[in-house]
Design a protein around this ligand. Structure first.
Ligand code: GAP
Length: 498
């Protein structure tokens, strides 16, 4: 990370804590590694992100419905999905310090070091020429895919050492699912898992939802909910945590139409980030190489955001074929095919899956919105240029004096506007300080009442980004704000849906 980037991340983390977006979890006990609590403003912001997603993928589409599955599922669901056998990360241990590392991350670090400096502390003495040849021969091959070849992985780690200089063990697989027990007996028959993705809750309910909602493919099911992964290296604030929220769509269609729907969802989801203000230069698509794809996937594209710590995955859009429904059908013995009454044909739909993280999206919106600018006195104004619909508070009511003749009408105005949006009321300190406080949390509009307001029944509205001010009659205020506090229009969906 460059110095500037580190600064931005540090400033966002500090602002998040100071203003009540995100706190370290269990802080009074020293915290619990990489777990975070959302505070008053964080709840509002993240809820807005989730609402924006639901609005776009469910409310504005006739081909989508929502559901909310339980976090605990029958263990066979994870057997069928492949998570029990294959949902793991490769780990190596330092024999000297007993510290544990993600094998692929260590190799990636070594490659980065050698590319930048021609050497790395992770290379064992005597293996320098092996390391140079290894890096030269990589040809952009993803390390994760390379380590799937056991013999190759063992060879690589025989040439490497830990950051502390200790000998490393051979890589071993570590399952990322959290286990717990159902009921009072803690034996193997009672083991259940905290779901590592929300997707499987949708697949096992495919038939229930399809029949109850009378939807025919192509149609999709959307779900927002907590997922849990015992990540080896969580970090970068809320970017990678062990408990996080996902926003997933499983879209069911025929095999023939799958490529078309894949392209549709790629465009539709990409546009969502742009419509909500993400800078186009900070968002990109990355197509998975064929050796990076899960064995069942026909294609996968990640949306990556340029976080201060580098380009990193925000959302993945995958063509999952009919793998999941087929697996659940085989293990459960239940017919999960869609039965078409008209043609009397029964078939297993293919699935397109746009899978996003609510916490990652929230972090991206926060980082993207963070800005600093100098005012004419040389003072720095920190401003969160959030899309108005994502901003925690839409309006702040600021009476220019604490005298009751002003605070009375100001509070009445607060009560009126709070019926429509989250609104903040603040009568403490100078108006300049109060504007700065609202800028820092992204409030798009500040409404001030002064003594003239008592005579002309007008208020002054100040806009966050331009700092321009306009004097409005109190009666005009509500429609004026309504016009400016609108969700972005959703891309028209044409074709096969209706
Ligand atoms: N059902 C497919 C699936 O779960 P994934 O790429 O593993 O795919 C989808 O996860 C999204 O969930 C990611 O793009 C990311 O936004 C979010 N996510 C995954 N692991 C996460 C973690 N440890 N912390 C925060 N968000 C995570």
């Amino acid at each position: 990370m460059t110095q500037v980037a580190t600064d931005v991340m540090e400033k966002v983390v500090s602002l998040a804590k100071r203003r009540g977006f995100v706190f370290p979890s269990s802080e009074i006990y020293g915290g619990l590694g990489s777990t975070w609590d959302y505070g008053p403003l964080g709840v509002l912001l993240k809820n807005n992100v989730k609402q924006a997603w639901l609005r776009s993928v469910v409310q504005c589409r006739n081909d989508m419905v929502a559901m909310d599955a339980a976090i605990l599922m029958h263990p066979d669901a994870w057997r069928a999905s492949g998570h029990i056998d294959t949902f793991h990360d490769p780990l190596v241990d330092c024999k000297a310090t007993k510290q544990r590392y993600r094998a692929d991350h260590l190799v990636e670090q070594m490659v980065r070091d050698i590319q930048a400096n021609g050497r790395s502390v992770l290379v064992r003495k005597g293996s320098e020429s092996w390391a140079s040849a290894f890096v030269e021969g990589l040809n952009d091959q993803p390390i994760e895919a390379l380590l799937k070849d056991r013999a190759r992985a063992v060879e690589i780690f025989s040439h490497m050492q830990s950051p502390a200089g200790g000998e490393l063990t051979e890589p071993r697989n570590f399952n990322l699912m959290f286990k717990t027990f159902l009921g009072p007996v803690e034996d193997s028959a009672a083991v259940v898992y905290l779901r590592p993705e929300t997707a499987q809750g949708i697949f096992v309910n495919f038939k229930n939802v399809q029949i109850a909602s009378r939807k025919k493919p192509p149609f999709g099911i959307a779900q927002i909910g907590k997922s849990f992964r015992n990540e080896i290296t969580p970090g970068n604030f809320t970017f990678r945590t062990r408990e996080f929220e996902q926003m997933e769509v499983e879209y069911f269609c025929s095999e023939d139409d799958a490529s078309q729907w894949f392209e549709h969802w790629l465009d539709y989801r990409y546009q969502w980030y742009l419509d909500l203000g993400i800078k186009p230069t900070a968002l990109r698509r990355r197509e998975h190489a064929s050796d990076e794809l899960a064995h069942y996937a026909r294609g996968c594209v990640d949306f990556e955001y340029r976080f201060p710590f580098g380009w990193s995955e925000l959302e993945g859009v995958a063509n999952r074929s009919d793998y999941d429904l087929k697996q659940h059908q085989n293990l459960s013995g239940k017919d999960l095919r869609y039965f078409d009454e008209e043609s009397k044909a029964a078939w297993l739909p293919h699935v397109i899956e746009p899978s996003a993280g609510a916490d990652r999206a929230t972090l991206a919106f926060l980082v993207d919105a963070y800005d600093e600018e100098s005012d004419n006195k040389g003072e720095v104004r920190v401003v969160l240029r959030l899309h108005p619909m994502l901003a925690p508070y839409k309006v702040a009511i600021l009476p220019l004096s604490k005298k009751a003749e002003l605070t009375g009408p100001a509070r009445a105005l607060y009560t009126q506007l709070a019926q429509h949006w989250p609104v903040e009321y603040d009568e403490t300190q100078s108006i300049g300080k109060r504007y700065r406080r609202q800028d820092e949390i992204g409030t798009p509009f500040c409404v001030t009442l002064d003594f003239d307001s008592l005579v002309d029944h007008c208020v002054t509205v100040r806009e966050r980004d331009s700092m321009s001010q306009v004097r409005l009659s109190v009666n005009e205020l509500l429609p004026w704000l309504r016009e400016r506090l609108q969700w972005p229009g959703v891309q028209a969906i044409t074709g096969a849906i209706f």
